[in-house]
Design a binder for this molecule. Structure first.
Ligand code: GLC
Length: 444
């Protein structure tokens, strides 16, 4: 009954979202342009769930009682955590930003918050604000900090009425007014995150879909009070971008369109139901193994070939890749993750020009690979070895073709009749992505 009243009240409030206007400020537009240049970020899923070593959904999956689960915090002591080492590794990987799980669905805050003791400083023997340490260390490496922030919560009693998930963790029923308190709680936390840690590149929301079964697209905007939430973010830090992993078309106030486990335009994950690629800056997030949070067994890693292919394919769609690692409970990055990140960095050191600052290439994805471009240059990413690549004719004189890795000239022909033919050196087969740089007389 209470739930019905709540739904009715929300329906009355619901208005046409598309009628809401959002005009990004110049600071926001500048931040969007910078984001669009960055192309590679690291996602981090780390929390008290890491101690259970079975992914970040374990509490919900195993229906762990919310009070019992909270006791995990008493044993959280990440003795190997070293923000400087993390930042150095991410720098070496070639990442331009890091998106850190400030609070995941389990409701535990990995930063100091005045809203409750269920946080790393007040609720664990460790007592250190890892977010503060990370913000400082990343700042020194000139890497931006973004915050993942969960809308969904499996811990708080004022997350009421419940949505799709978290029904088996033993929380008592709430009161109709609780939801207002929950929204206020989130605004306090967002204010803390955007006040205490210096400039923040983006807030990346997740879990909004928890209430997707109960409301329409427009109603959800009201239910979550997104207008107010997004305005708060843009007011506190005008350069802070907003992303929301809701898998539907972007709402007013959002600056980035995120894609979970898919490059824009594909739907292998099945999360998207007819959602179009928008004109906002785009970002694809994906795991380095199979899971977001640390999983001690059963999470096979992707190969370096797969990861670099993903990076190139993502860039070829004009999007950034946000690649996730799940640190161990002791705060160390799993060895295999660290090794793969270093290999990505080594590749980017030589081929970064074909990724950073590029836009989607004018040559569509083909059996040999993908393309990116920047100014007068077109980059062909040879992902499957072939001896020759033929691309459609471009009315722009092709001046030179070289191998990006060592500058070796490569033979080519350009004619209206046969298009552009480029020979692919046989060494291409040895690289996860062999890049050919085609320089034209005029900008493409
Ligand atoms: C999903 C999951 C979540 C993860 C996120 C990352 O929405 O609920 O655990 O954080 O994807 O994209």
């Amino acid at each position: 009954m209470k739930k019905i009243l709540f739904i009715l009240a929300t329906l009355v409030l619901a208005s046409n979202v598309s009628a809401q206007s959002y005009v990004p400020t110049e600071a926001c537009m500048q931040a969007r342009r910078e984001f669009n240049q960055e192309r590679f970020g690291i996602f981090i899923h780390w929390g008290i769930y890491s101690m259970l070593a079975d992914g970040e959904w374990i509490q919900n999956r195993k229906n762990i009682n919310y009070e019992e689960y909270a006791l995990l915090a008493n044993g959280f002591y990440p003795s190997r955590f070293n923000a400087e080492e993390w930042a150095a590794l991410f720098k070496e990987a070639g990442a331009k930003y890091v998106t850190f799980t400030s609070r995941h669905h389990d409701g535990f805050s990995m930063f100091k918050t005045a809203t409750s003791d269920f946080n790393i400083v007040d609720g664990t023997p460790y007592g250190r604000d890892v977010v503060k340490e990370l913000a400082d260390a990343l700042g020194k490496q000139n890497i931006k900090l973004h915050f993942y922030y969960s809308h969904l919560d499996w811990h708080r009693l004022d997350y009421w009425p419940l949505g799709r998930e978290g029904h088996g963790v033993g929380r008592p029923e709430g009161k109709p007014d609780d939801w207002k308190d929950y929204l206020a709680f989130m605004r306090t936390q967002l204010t803390e995150l955007l006040t205490n840690y210096g400039p923040i590149g983006a807030i990346w929301f997740d879990g909004y879909w928890d209430k997707k079964n109960d409301y329409s697209y427009a109603e959800l905007y009201k239910v979550w009070d997104m207008k107010e939430e997004y305005e708060l973010i843009h007011r506190l830090q005008p350069s802070c971008l907003v992303a929301n992993n809701h898998h539907v078309a972007p709402y007013p106030g959002e600056d980035i369109q995120p894609f979970e486990r898919d490059v824009p335009g594909e739907n292998t994950s099945g999360y998207l139901t007819g959602t179009k690629v928008s004109s906002l800056p785009l970002e694809t997030c994906q795991t380095i193994n199979k899971d977001w949070g640390y999983k001690i067994v059963g999470s096979p890693y992707k190969t370096i070939k797969e990861l670099i292919t993903l990076l190139a394919r993502t860039a070829s769609k004009g999007a950034n890749l946000l690649l996730n690692v799940g640190p161990r409970p002791d705060g160390s990055i799993p060895d295999q993750s660290a090794a793969l990140l270093r290999q990505m960095g080594a590749w980017l050191k030589v081929n970064g020009e074909s990724i950073y600052g590029t836009v989607a290439g004018c040559v569509p994805e083909s059996e040999w690979g993908v393309s990116t471009q920047n100014g007068n240059n077109l980059y062909l990413h040879i992902l499957k070895p072939v001896s020759k690549v033929v691309i459609p004719y471009v009315d722009n004189k092709l001046v030179s073709v070289v191998s990006l890795s060592d500058g070796t000239p490569v033979k080519f022909k350009q004619s209206k009749k046969s298009g552009i033919e480029v020979e692919v050196p046989s060494v291409a087969a040895d690289s996860p992505d062999y890049v050919l740089k085609l320089s034209f007389k005029k900008p493409l």
